[in-house]
Design a protein around this ligand. Structure first.
Ligand SMILES: Cc1cc2nc3c(=O)[nH]c(=O)nc-3n(C[C@H](O)[C@H](O)[C@H](O)COP(=O)(O)OP(=O)(O)OC[C@H]3O[C@@H](n4cnc5c(N)ncnc54)[C@H](O)[C@@H]3O)c2cc1C
Length: 468
């Protein structure tokens, strides 16, 4: 049973509130305030209200003075740190991680604090999978509400394309369902418009069979080969099967065990293919990728889905200081590749830091099977997603790494589409938010949904949409 203390803006929570309240002087506050981005600790929230079930969420929404905005925490992975914004009251769902599977209907119901690893583990017990992201400790909530891209998007679409329903606590403390039939305007907005419209307590997903192992791993090429290989990748992926996904990472090689010592610190290309189709065809497909250059290292092998979907965890562990930018490309042109190469060569040189430019191939189901207007998530014209990631540990280095991220964005913006994916970049301001969902009509539709569901902008700690 928790003890609740009066805090500015909060009236007492009801006696049946089952969660825990953390204030800065409480033991456990610092731990509860930790987010993926280590920079969150610089400016902690005012109070964290950890909920154990949807009734707790309703209690918090009703108990907080309606003039005070609420921050919402799912998995805590957003680089913006909005899940623990400075001075905010946080509705923390991190303990609500139950995932239940209906193997006959192939429907999975997950509480909003679940992580991708929880979803994968529960689904794989029944030979099923929901397409999500590539890092097992990312939260399903923020990922799903922004779109959800990963190793299975070319085969099954984005996470939002496989979302069947949400249970939502609204700004005025009601519990509503959102699906194609019930509150369809809310359901449309939730599928890409992120945390602007309410607090989702449950997600329901369509799952797909994935019963055997997949073939996955890293292939590393040295710096001299990077441009040539990247130039051929767009055509290669256009004719590749949907069961093949590809992430191409251009990076000043970090001292990871799978990278030979002689390339540490030099620019390399790390390709991460995942082939989830018929295993009999896997060798031919992976051989064709290897033939694009002269690999230094080939770690592609048969693995379980669970192992595959945590392969990238080691590259970007939680707790470091992070800066992230991103956008969409129609294709990586020669100009884009030259820009990527020069930006990766021109990073602040501090020991232990990492600067990477990731290129994720779209195409297949995510691009072809779902219309631009089917959800708020935008995909029009996007052949590739680019994402720059800087990771470091010392606070005094912030300016240099942020400046690098800004340079990358300035260089790649003219080569990018005006729409984009909101989850693989930090918030880039109101004019970017007005364009990132695609055409003006889509943003207007989101602003109208905001006016309907959150007219006073209680859910303001996010990539915020102003009520129309
Ligand atoms: C290392 C790393 C790898 C990543 N890989 C991928 C990837 O492969 N694919 C991909 O698509 N994205 C990826 N992302 C981005 C990721 O999707 C976003 O950071 C996402 O916001 C994380 O969700 P979360 O619940 O963990 O975040 P949180 O920080 O908890 O939440 C982010 C925001 O989402 C909203 N929100 C969270 N929970 C709720 C809720 N229950 N109801 C309403 N609003 C809510 C809030 O506005 C909150 O501020 C990655 C991020 C990192 C740091």
């Amino acid at each position: 049973m928790s003890v609740f203390h009066q805090v500015d803006g909060l009236s007492d929570l009801p006696a049946n509130f089952g969660g825990t309240v953390f204030r800065p002087q409480d033991s456990g506050f610092a731990e509860a305030a930790k987010l993926y981005n280590g920079r969150a600790a610089d400016q902690p929230p005012a109070v964290i209200v950890r909920c154990l079930d949807p009734d707790d969420v309703v209690a918090v929404v009703r108990s907080v003075d309606h003039a005070i905005p609420l921050a919402v925490r799912g998995g805590g992975h957003s680089i913006d740190g909005s899940a623990g914004a400075a001075g905010s009251i946080v509705v923390d769902l991190s303990q609500m991680r139950a995932v239940t599977v209906d193997p006959v209907a192939r429907v999975i119901r997950a509480q909003a604090g679940a992580l991708l690893g929880d979803l994968d583990t529960a689904a794989q017990r029944h030979g099923l999978v929901v397409p999500s992201g590539t890092n097992s400790v990312t939260g399903i909530a923020g990922l799903t509400l922004g779109g959800g891209i990963g190793h299975l998007m070319r085969r099954f679409g984005a996470t939002v394309d496989n979302l069947l329903a949400c249970e939502v606590v609204t700004a005025d403390g009601r519990v509503v369902r959102a699906d194609e039939q019930t509150n369809p305007d809310l359901f449309w907005a939730l599928r890409g418009g992120s945390g602007n419209f309410g607090i989702v307590t449950h997600f329901e997903y369509r799952a797909h069979p994935l019963e055997s192992d997949v073939v996955s791993g890293h292939i590393v090429f040295d710096g001299e080969q990077v441009s040539g290989i990247l130039e051929g990748l767009h055509d290669y992926m256009r004719s590749a099967p949907r069961e093949l996904s590809l992430l191409a990472t251009v990076v000043a090689a970090p001292p990871l065990p799978f990278l030979p010592a002689e390339v540490h610190g030099t620019t390399v290309l790390i390709m991460t293919p995942v082939y989830s189709g018929d295993l009999e065809n896997a060798d031919e497909i992976i051989d064709s990728l290897l033939a694009l250059g002269r690999p230094l290292v080939n770690l592609v092998t048969r693995r379980s889905w669970i192992e595959t979907n945590s392969l990238l965890d080691a590259m970007a562990p939680p707790g470091r200081r992070v800066s992230q930018r991103g956008g969409y490309l129609a294709a990586p042109t020669k100009d884009t590749i030259a820009t990527v190469m020069s930006d990766v060569a021109d990073t602040p040189r501090h020991a232990g830091t990492m600067h990477a430019l990731n290129l994720y191939a779209m195409g297949g189901a995510i691009s072809e099977d779902f219309a631009e207007d089917s959800a708020a998530f935008s995909r029009q014209g996007a052949g590739w997603i680019w994402e720059s990631l800087a990771l470091w540990d010392a606070r005094e280095e912030d300016d240099g790494h942020d400046a690098w991220s800004n340079r990358v964005y300035d260089h790649l913006k003219p080569l990018s589409l005006s729409n984009g994916y909101i989850n693989l970049t930090q918030d880039l301001g109101p004019s970017w938010r007005g364009r990132v969902y695609g055409d003006v009509a889509k943003y207007q539709r989101l602003a109208e949904a905001k006016r309907t569901w959150d007219p006073t902008n209680r859910f303001a700690y996010n990539k915020n949409i102003e009520p129309a």
